[in-house]
Design a protein around this ligand. Structure first.
Ligand SMILES: [Zn+2]
Length: 274
């Protein structure tokens, strides 16, 4: 899944490799996928994008936005986004393929679910896009301790930390993947109720969000995800499918996996308190 670190890394890589390229051809919705989400009719993307030059890429929370002339492209959730040089073997299945003048290609395809959108700038009214764009990113200076503490209120007191942090886009780009190490580093269990956190706990959790996401981004994303060139990130996840059943790096207790709120949680039952 593309979450904050991966979105930031992909945007940076696109700025390094794709910017300046002119779009020669577009193939949208090539392989049918029930959980590939588009903005409007994907068959209109070819007309919207052909001939446009990619001028920049940026990220909002867990979304990657590319500017091509007066159009925008946005990729989110479980989209794999890869760049291929001229002559490279392209994946057989994909939902959005941009071919450039120099023969290179940018290809997006969906694993479980994900969004691949192209639209004239200003026309996208998708709720998650707007929240991701307008909400303070956890790595921005607007996401400070006072702002974070303001998220704890009567409405969120009963929520578990997983629900509180990783649903409703309350913290854009903070999804169930990055959540695991954030809570491990804060020594808090994913099922701990938000309302039970003391002021000190809130401070600890705030620090862990900033530090964990900064480290993941600085290292090129998590080792469970791939970058624009198909390489896994260099951030070694402490809690993920890669470490389940292995000893906790702090105390040696075996890392557990459990289904919770529509996704897996991983935790150390000794270090992380409810
Ligand atoms: Zn432990």
């Amino acid at each position: 899944m593309i979450e904050l670190p991966e979105a930031a890394v992909l945007a940076e890589q696109i700025n390094e490799t794709v910017v300046g390229n002119r779009i020669k051809n577009v193939i949208a919705a090539h392989t049918p996928h029930k959980l590939a989400w588009y903005f409007g009719d994907p068959q209109e993307y070819k007309g919207l994008l052909t001939g446009k030059v990619i001028s920049r890429a940026t990220s909002y929370g867990g979304q990657v936005e590319i500017t091509a002339g007066k159009a925008k492209l946005v990729f989110s959730d479980g989209v794999n986004l890869r760049y291929y040089n001229k002559g490279a073997q392209l994946p057989a299945k994909h939902q959005l393929l941009l071919e450039f003048d120099d023969g290179s290609s940018l290809v997006g395809w969906v694993q479980m679910y994900g969004g691949l959108s192209a639209f004239p700038d200003g026309k996208n009214d998708n709720k998650y896009y707007l929240i991701a764009k307008e909400g303070p990113s956890p790595l921005s200076i607007d996401f400070d301790e006072d702002y974070f503490k303001s998220l704890f209120d009567g409405g969120t007191a009963k929520l578990s930390l997983k629900a509180f942090l990783a649903t409703e886009q309350r913290t854009p780009g903070l999804g169930n993947g990055v959540l695991q190490d954030i809570l491990f580093n804060a020594k808090m269990h994913p099922k701990k109720r938000a309302g039970t956190l003391s002021a000190t706990d809130q401070q600890v959790l705030f620090g862990s969000i900033k530090n964990t996401l900064s480290e993941m981004t600085a290292k090129g994303g998590r080792d469970t995800e791939s970058d624009l060139l198909g390489k896994p990130g260099a951030y070694k996840t402490k809690l993920s499918k890669n470490t389940v059943g292995k000893p906790c790096p702090i105390c040696g207790t075996l890392i557990r996996k459990e289904a919770y709120l529509g996704g897996s949680i991983y935790y150390c039952a000794t270090c992380q308190k409810t």
